[in-house]
Design a protein. Structure first.
Length: 381
């Protein structure tokens, strides 16, 4: 009994510490619906949404306990999409989830008790919510609300959510690891903008920051999700044993960094500016991710599967230009903020050429560019 009370006090202290943490940095996707917008350049992510539908349907059918008090006492079933950006992928995912839950009610003989659905679309404060809500499907089967803020901290009242969804968002860190920007640190990442560097200290700095962020994420959701509620997460990651240097996403960031360094050598940007810039993305290996998920006290890991989408087998074959546009839609905002707007067009022209010239990436990189973990977590009673 005393051990149980002490453990509960420790959890409360952890949650209080999380509430008092400084605000994370913001890295929104490009807004609007122009040629460089996320809305027009997220077809790779949409393919992940499409191939995940059957898995989500199965998770809801087998794991969502709609007869529990947490569900029967609520007047609305509340769903949150964390890291929703500006659509249209988030609308496809939410439509699929609502339909799966309705089928669950029907299979349990509860068709007459299907509740109202409240969907919370969450992203950074600076996310383009205007475009998001202007493009909401008019015949949507749910009420829609926008929630600005960081999913690395609290966003919702206690025990208010029944299902949380997040797709290809948790690999974004809350901040760039401080060590990689510190000239006096062994992890200083001079001349690089990502952890593709062979220095083990750089990878370690990113890994440690990712672990902190996952702990914060789980702690916040533990307060917000009802007992028995589900989280369905699609997290970009890597198979065990695959070197970072052989993964498409890391190679892309290396090519972007190489483009910046080429421009620095030409005097188009300051080399010091490049040294002080790093991309806050991290893709964990399978066992690393599994360990982070299983060590928490709040959720049971109901399923974790490695899913690889080989883009070279898709109907629309990816191109260097298409891939560079996807990178631009995701990273342009932070690059503008650091280097200014004047270099953007030339930078991404150079990136397009480097992608096209990288034979290994064009032949192999697309086979693991969108490797992800499909994760099902259930809030413990």
């Amino acid at each position: 009994m005393l051990l149980s009370l002490e453990r509960e006090r420790e959890r409360e202290r952890d949650m209080e510490d999380e509430r008092n943490k400084p605000m994370p940095e913001e890295f929104p996707m490009n807004g609007g619906d122009g040629p460089y917008s996320y809305a027009k350049n997220s077809t790779y992510q949409r393919r992940i949404t499409n191939i995940s539908k059957a898995r989500i349907d199965d998770a809801i059918a087998k794991k969502l306990d709609i007869k529990s008090p947490s569900f029967t006492k609520s007047t609305a079933l509340c769903i949150a999409d964390l890291g929703c950006s500006v659509g249209p992928n988030t609308f496809i995912a939410m439509q699929n989830i609502v339909e799966a839950i309705k089928l669950k009610y029907g299979s349990e003989g509860l068709s007459s008790q299907i509740p109202d659905f409240q969907v919370f679309f969450q992203d950074h404060v600076s996310n383009d919510f205007n475009t998001l809500f202007a493009s909401l499907p008019p015949d949507r089967p749910y009420f829609a609300t926008g929630v600005p803020g960081s999913f690395h901290g609290r966003l919702f009242p206690k025990a208010s959510l029944h299902l949380v969804h997040s797709s290809i968002a948790l690999h974004w860190l809350s901040m760039v690891p401080k060590e990689v920007l510190d000239k006096d640190s062994p992890a200083w990442n001079k001349g690089k903008i990502h952890y593709g560097s062979p220095k083990k200290e750089v990878v370690q700095a990113y890994s440690v920051q990712f672990a902190k962020d996952i702990d914060s994420f789980l702690l916040a959701r533990a307060e917000e999700i009802v007992p028995g509620g589900l989280m369905v997460l699609k997290i970009q990651g890597l198979p065990n044993g695959i070197p970072y240097s052989q993964t498409g996403s890391v190679v892309l960031m290396d090519l972007l960094g190489s483009s910046l360094m080429d421009m620095a050598k030409m005097g188009l940007v300051s080399e010091a500016k490049v040294d002080s810039f790093n991309i806050p993305l991290y893709n964990p290996h399978f066992l690393e991710m599994e360990g982070l998920l299983t060590r928490n006290d709040y959720f049971s890991l109901e399923g974790m599967e490695l899913v690889t989408l080989d883009l070279l087998t898709e109907d629309v074959e990816p191109s260097a230009e298409m891939t560079a546009m996807h990178v631009r839609a995701g990273a342009e905002g932070m690059i503008k903020e650091h280097f200014g707007i004047d270099i953007i067009d030339e930078l991404f022209d150079r990136l397009t050429k480097k992608i096209a010239e990288d034979i290994l990436f064009m032949n192999e990189g697309y086979k693991n560019l969108l490797t992800q973990f499909f994760v099902i977590l259930k809030r413990k009673e």
